[in-house]
Design a protein. Structure first.
Lengths: 358, 75
């Protein structure tokens, strides 16, 4: 107890003259593509960030996703479709001494799905700037519709509560721990998706509530020759009985003054939801054949190259960036009804973007 | 007797530690390396947001990524 009191005393007593600095003004333009498993999605995204009076910053984002979907679910139980999703975001940061408050709102629109969300995040630096504590909350509200079925209309609500701590360990190592509690309520499935019961396709039936917990640990170390190593692990569990583990390992290195390369390896694995079934052999209240709720694992291997085209120290810099990720998904209990075997597919993610700070 | 002395010494040592507050051991001037972009948990927000969205719509797990905001808007 005495040691705890001393630690708290040290935390509060360490009032070094330190303050959070707002990041620089920034603009980003991104072209993104995803292709895999019969789904192609691409589009542009923009971000502009502007500081006002050294204490406020405003950030605006726009994101477009043009999706053409011929995934295995679509080709086996429905027909191929195309649709566009537009997302707008606006956020404001306010910095006062060792604290930063961020308030944000996003709206996302598809022809049959509208999602609005608002969030508040507070970060406080303590212990002479060696520790940073953050708290955040997001509240979302969605409207769910269905093409050519005006009689179908439902809603979903989301709550997310997060807590994070990042800690400087040594002049070369830093770690962070994040926890998040998530709650969802309402229509949590897809009106187009089918489940399979006794071999026959029927509309899926999902519970209308879901609570989840996620915990993530990260570590970054400077290796000494203008390079660094990153490692992270996340555990996720929810009331639908999904349990997931994510592990990631990364390495970053500068080449000369103009190039920065990043590589990473990511492994994800999850156990299926209680009511997930590839082909249910009993009648149950809830039943789903959503691959997202099945038992599967994925391995992703990615690389990114960033080229500083022009840099005027203290004034501006412009970077050209390219990133590629290859992901292999392997499902344990989702049968490809076309072949009779377990389903698997590969996906590619490509990003080309320009970033400028000024 | 010996046990008692050891116990008394341990207590004294523990008490001594407890009285001294823990100071930040990495001083601001030692944090130059930590300020480099390769030491950041998050860089380039749009690219991260895109990857986050791709994972959100394909994986059962979500959250605790350290990325602010949220609201996936996907079904």
């Amino acid at each position: 107890m005495a040691r705890f009191a001393a630690l708290v005393g040290g935390l509060l007593g360490a009032t070094a003259a330190h303050a959070i600095d707002l990041p620089e003004d920034r603009a980003e333009a991104l072209i993104h593509t995803y292709s895999g498993g019969g789904v192609n999605a691409y589009g542009p995204a923009l971000l502009v960030r502007k500081n006002i009076a050294d204490r406020f910053a405003l950030t605006g984002t726009y994101y477009l996703d043009a999706v053409s979907n011929a995934s295995i679910d679509v080709v086996t139980t429905a027909s191929k479709y195309k649709e566009t999703r537009n997302e707008f975001g606006l956020s404001a940061d306010y910095v006062y001494r060792d604290s930063q408050i961020t308030i944000g709102a996003t709206t996302s629109r598809e022809p049959d799905y509208t999602a609005n969300a608002g969030s508040v995040d507070v970060t406080q630096e303590v212990f002479g700037g060696m520790t940073s504590v953050s708290l955040g909350f997001t509240r979302g509200a969605d409207k769910v519709g269905k093409h050519n079925a005006p009689e179908f209309s439902d809603t979903a609500r989301h709550w997310q509560y997060r807590l994070g701590i990042s800690q400087i360990l040594t002049p070369r190592w830093i770690m962070s721990a994040n926890v998040e509690a998530l709650s969802d309520d309402g229509y949590l499935g897809s009106p187009y998706r089918s489940a399979r019961v006794f071999g026959a396709f029927v509309p899926e039936r999902n519970p209308r509530t879901r609570s989840a917990r996620a915990m993530k640990l990260r570590l970054i170390g400077d290796l000494g020759s203008r390079d660094s190593i990153q490692a992270s692990y996340r555990y996720f569990t929810d009331t639908w009985d999904i349990k997931a583990h994510t592990a990631e390992l990364g390495y970053s290195r500068y080449f000369g003054d103009a190039f920065l390369a990043d590589t990473f390896l990511r492994y994800y694995t999850q156990k299926h939801a209680l009511f997930y079934s590839d082909n249910a052999q009993t009648e149950t209240v809830f039943v789903s054949r959503n691959r997202q709720l099945s038992t599967f694992n994925s391995i992703g291997l990615g690389a990114k190259l960033s080229w500083t085209v022009k840099k005027v120290p203290g004034k501006y810099d412009v970077k050209l960036n390219g990133a590629y990720e290859y992901v292999h998904f392997k499902y344990s209990d989702f049968t490809d009804v076309r072949t009779g075997g377990a389903y698997a597919f590969n996906a590619s993610v490509v990003q080309l973007f320009v970033t400028a700070t000024y | 007797m010996r046990r008692l002395v050891v116990a008394a010494l341990s207590l004294a040592l523990l008490g001594g530690c407890a009285l001294k507050p823990i100071e930040p051991w990495v001083k601001p001037y030692e944090r130059e390396r930590l300020a480099d972009p390769i030491m950041k948990f998050s860089r380039g927000s749009l690219a991260e947001k895109h990857v986050e969205h791709i994972r959100d719509v394909r994986e059962g797990a979500r959250g605790a990524t350290g990325v602010q905001g949220g609201g996936c808007g996907c079904n």
